[in-house]
Ligand binder design. Sequence first.
Ligand code: LLP
Length: 454
Amino acid sequence: MTDDRSPNQQLLPLTAQALTDHGSSAAHLSIGGCDVVALVAQFGSPLYILDELTLRTACQQYRRGFAQYYAGASQVLYASKAWSCLAVCAIVADEGLGIDVVSGGELYTALESGVLPRSLYLHGNNKSLPELELALNSGCVVVVDNWHELKNLDQLARSRSQNPLVMLRLTPGIECHTHEYIRTGHLDSKFGFDPNDVPAVFSFLSQSTLQCLGLHAHIGSQIFELQPHQDLGGVMAEWFLVAQRDYGLSFSELNIGGGLGIRYIESDDPPSIEEWVQTVCRGVTESFTQRHLPLPKLLCEPGRSLIGPACATAYTVGSRKEIPQGRTYLAIDGGMSDNPRPITYQSQYRAVLANRLDAGADQVVTIAGKHCESGDILIRDLKLPLAQSGDVLVVLATGAYNYSMASNYNRIPRPAAVLVSNGSASVILRRETYDDLLRQDCLPEALHRQTTTS
Ligand code: LLP
């Protein structure tokens, strides 16, 4: 089954439907052929519901775009910081994607899911020695971020008589419009080599034991503009030229990062995956051709636009507070611990009532989380049907940077996640228990005596 809609332009997963033949009069939301109300009854809430078809479709649209618009080789990597777990890594690898990892933990997860090390790229602006050792043991590519790392890695490789594959991350000096916390391409960024340092880095590399495949840059996240990505091709082609002409380094790979935005609310209007890929391919092809450079193997590493639209989070509605002439708060059984994006970036979301999908949205409510924090508000001024305790509220487009940024604030266990497809649901992350919360706790002997004797 294929779907031509670009998942990043939808509010709902591609398989979302209104289900009417389930025994009651109101329509239920179904995702992946599963009744969301029944999923909550079976697996509890909050529940991350990941739609396999939407994730696979996004992977396929990226790959198809490169096959169509780029004459050279290409490789799409999944930026697993968006959601790293065994099942997600296995699905994207099954779709032929490699994986971008940013820590030993993400690298370990990808390796354990069975992904080939050569298709893994390790990022990070302060990789530890154990992380670099894990990378060298595994054979993944290391994307070198700064001098400190370059020298450490070179020394480590020499001491182990290895010639690891690396790429260099540069700060391209490209501005784009997105939240300041998720902008990375401007010169005042903590990531990558400053352009002023690049000549010296090329000179170091020309005598190093490291095998440099090429260059990497990432300009930011949740970007709706196409121009910055078009411009990036030119900036990077110029560095390929300098490397070859002045330092005898012939690079074969160019990674232009990720960053394509997704629709969280009706007014969000991101370009489609196909439009983004076409733009990137045009920018790279034109700028390399103009400089008479061979087309590099072109890599990109989207995270949000692959997994964001594929997931929705189901909550159970609890208390309701109506302030005379003020807001109506509807409290749910999760909040900033399972979705920290609203409190961190003032991100906006939309939600529907899964058990009364077809009812008219005649109330304006504010969806409050259950944490002891006034800012724990998931959605302000949401239009919903009259909602009451026990209703199932589904927040949309929660696949990216929700589970991966989740915490145990207030000692609230992290939710379960299910993968839904063709009417069946499989648990891919078990719900945490109170015992899980205590698993790392240690009570020193002396304190133990104090608590039992006092
Ligand atoms: N490559 C690099 C080097 C990155 O730093 C990132 C995201 C990506 C790729 C993937 O970008 P995407 O396609 O997902 O936009 N927690 C924030 C987003 C942080 C993004 C960090 N880097 C949020 O919730 O919006």
